[in-house]
Design a protein. Sequence first.
Length: 309
Amino acid sequence: MMEAASSGANSAALIGKFVVIGAGLIGGSLAKGLRLRGQCREVIAVVRRAETAEAALAEGVADRAVLDIADVAAELGANDVVFIAVPTLAVEPVLAQLKSLLSPTVVITDGASVKGSVAAAARRVYGCLPPQLVLGHPIAGSEKSGVTAANPDLYVDHRVILTPTDETSPEHLQTVRNMWLSVGAEVLDMPIDEHDQVLGATSHLPHAIAYSLVDTLAHDIDSPNIFRYAAGGFRDFTRIASSDPVMWHDIMKANSAQVVRSLDQFMDNLARMRQAIADGDGEYLLDTFTRAKKARDKYTQAAVKSSKS
Ligand SMILES: NC(=O)C1=CN([C@@H]2O[C@H](COP(=O)(O)OP(=O)(O)OC[C@H]3O[C@@H](n4cnc5c(N)ncnc54)[C@H](O)[C@@H]3O)[C@@H](O)[C@H]2O)C=CC1
Ligand SMILES: O=C(O)C(=O)Cc1ccc(O)cc1
């Protein structure tokens, strides 16, 4: 076990011990945000490698770092929170370990990008959705990953979606809501299915398209050094293809039905555009581009307004 210098945590903190399993971009940012704002008495990082433990302490992400949740589980109780921030398909083995180790008074929450698969994993492990489990998803992040990318202000003015069910404990839900509010996020609730449908279309589909586009240009188009001639539009459109491959492998598998549905709609529309370009159908192209520009301008104006309010 390794320890850092004190973060100056206050005794009236919102949360007792905050345990983050997977101290990367998402877990590390929440841990650092809570720690620097004095919103928890202690942050404990559970990591897989000694180097990550050292980095978590050096980056100010945690007060203590351990290699196994079993090292700290017995000291956790009411008002303590365990945040699971590992790739989506790695949540199930983590839950299987937590089941035998944690008191039901401890809040368990997560940040995985797909909620239906995590809920199904919890049902397989616990036989139900345990009341202490509050599923969530911060709609904030970037193409960066790892503990060195942790940013205490990552969640300021960003939305966090919680997906409580009738089985969720209202007290545990409130603790998780207050936790996110305390790092500057806007919190909203949504049914699990709606979450996966909306995020399948707005986040998972664009990532699939960006990866495919870059791969097409890199491997299928017969022109060496093609990226040398790329302009800003290419950079804007493809930033997200630099995201972590394991994370996105897990998301596509975990939300495959919704992503396939969105991909089918997109491929139909793309095929229609291909035909219009082949036919020289300027009316179709102008109509489509004008409609899309209007929708995108409306979205960016609304995003600017909500970040100012
Ligand atoms: N990157 C982003 O922009 C966003 C990611 N998410 C979700 O948050 C979760 C974490 O993503 P990031 O923080 O971006 O990834 P990351 O790669 O920065 O961090 C994940 C951490 O989990 C560790 N890890 C992996 N498997 C583990 C296991 N079995 N046990 C313990 N640790 C394990 C990795 O070593 C790494 O330190 C994922 O489920 C992702 O889908 C949610 C919102 C945004
Ligand atoms: O890099 C970006 O712009 C993202 O889209 C970040 C992101 C990745 C995964 C999520 O589940 C939510 C947000």
